[in-house]
Design a protein around this ligand. Structure first.
Ligand code: COA
Length: 245
C-alpha cells in the first residue's frame, strides 16, 4: 500500500490525505490503489459520516504521474488502478468535501467535481492540460463539468486547458468558498455533515447528484478514448517532453 495516502477517522470524518510532496502530490498507480481502498473502507464504516480529501501545503495534486502515463500505454490493463478508483468514487454515497491549497491539476481538479463542497485557499490553481498532453478529459469530468459550470466554462477548463485561480474556480461553481482557512473550514463542514442524520444526508445528496451508473458509463466512454490517446504520437511526444525537462 502506498505511504503517500494517509487515512484518519475522527469525529465521524474519514480524512484521506494525499501526501507525496516531493512530486507535488502526483498520483501513481499505488496511490490510486490506496485511494480506492480508503474510499471503500470509508463508505463501509458506520462510524464515518463524511469523507474529506486533503493535500499538502502548496499541492492538492499535480495530477496523474506522467511516468505512469507512459507505463499505461504499454500495459495490458492500461489505467486499471485509476479506473478502479474512479468507479469506486462514482459509487460513494456519503458526502465528500475537499480542502485545496495550491496546485490542482488534471485529476487534482476533476476529482473535485465528485465532491459536494470544495474549500480553497486564494493561492490555488486549477488546470486540466489534457489537450496539451494529447489526451482527453477523465473522471466523468466531460459529464459533470458542463453540469456544474455550463458548456463554455467547462470547455475553457477541460479542453482549452485554461489555468484558473481560486476566484475563477469559485465563480465557475467548482469551489464553494475561498479563504486562508480553507482546511479548517473544510474540516468544520465535514464534521457538521457527519453529525447530521446520515440517511437523510445520503438521500439528499443522491437526489442532487447524477446517478452513479450514468457517471460510470461516462468514465468508461472517456477511458476508451483515453487509452487510444495514451498510445498516440501526440501524447507520447508530450510525455517525453515533460520527462526530459
Ligand atoms: N507526474 C510526475 N512527476 C511530476 C508531476 C506529474 N504529474 N508533477 C510534478 N512532478 C514532479 C516533477 O517532475 C519534479 O520531480 P523532480 O524533482 O524529481 O524533478 C517534482 O514533481 C516537482 O515538480 P516541478 O516541476 O519541479 O515543480 P514546479 O513547481 O516547477 O511545477 C507543476 C509544478 C505541477 C506545474 C509541474 O511539475 C507540472 O506541470 N507537472 C505536470 C502536471 C501535469 O501535466 N499533470 C497531468 C495532468 S493530466
Amino acid at each position: 500500500m502506498s505511504p503517500h495516502v494517509t487515512v484518519k477517522v475522527a469525529d465521524g470524518v474519514c480524512r484521506i490525505g494525499i501526501e507525496r510532496p516531493d512530486k507535488k502530490n502526483a498520483l501513481d498507480r499505488a496511490m490510486y490503489e490506496a485511494l480506492d481502498k480508503a474510499l471503500a473502507q470509508a463508505e463501509a464504516d458506520d462510524t464515518v459520516g463524511c469523507i474529506l480529501f486533503t493535500g499538502v501545503p502548496g499541492a492538492f495534486s499535480a495530477g496523474n504521474d506522467i511516468a505512469d502515463f507512459v507505463a499505461f500505454a504499454g500495459s495490458d490493463r492500461p489505467m486499471g488502478e485509476l479506473l478502479d478508483f474512479l468507479h469506486t468514487l462514482a459509487g460513494i454515497g456519503k458526502p465528500m468535501v475537499a480542502a485545496v491549497d495550491g496546485l490542482a491539476i488534471g485529476i487534482g481538479t476533476t476529482l473535485l467535481l465528485h465532491c459536494d463542497l470544495v474549500y480553497s485557499t486564494p493561492r490555488s490553481l486549477f488546470r486540466t492540460p489534457f489537450s496539451d498532453l494529447g489526451i482527453v478529459p477523465e473522471a466523468a469530468s466531460s459529464l459533470l463539468g458542463p453540469l456544474a459550470m455550463g458548456h463554455q466554462r467547462a470547455f475553457a477548463l477541460l479542453v482549452m486547458g485554461e489555468t484558473w485561480d481560486a476566484a475563477a474556480a469559485h465563480e465557475a461553481g467548482i469551489v464553494y468558498a475561498v479563504s486562508e482557512s480553507a482546511e479548517a473550514d473544510a474540516v468544520a463542514a465535514a464534521r457538521k455533515l457527519a453529525a447530521k442524520p446520515r440517511e437523510a444526508v445520503r438521500i439528499g445528496r443522491a437526489l442532487l447528484r447524477t446517478a452513479p451508473d450514468t457517471v460510470r458509463e461516462r468514465i468508461g466512454l472517456e477511458a476508451d478514448h483515453f487509452k487510444e490517446r495514451l498510445r498516440s504520437r501526440e501524447a507520447q511526444a508530450a510525455f517525453a517532453a515533460f520527462l526530459k525537462r
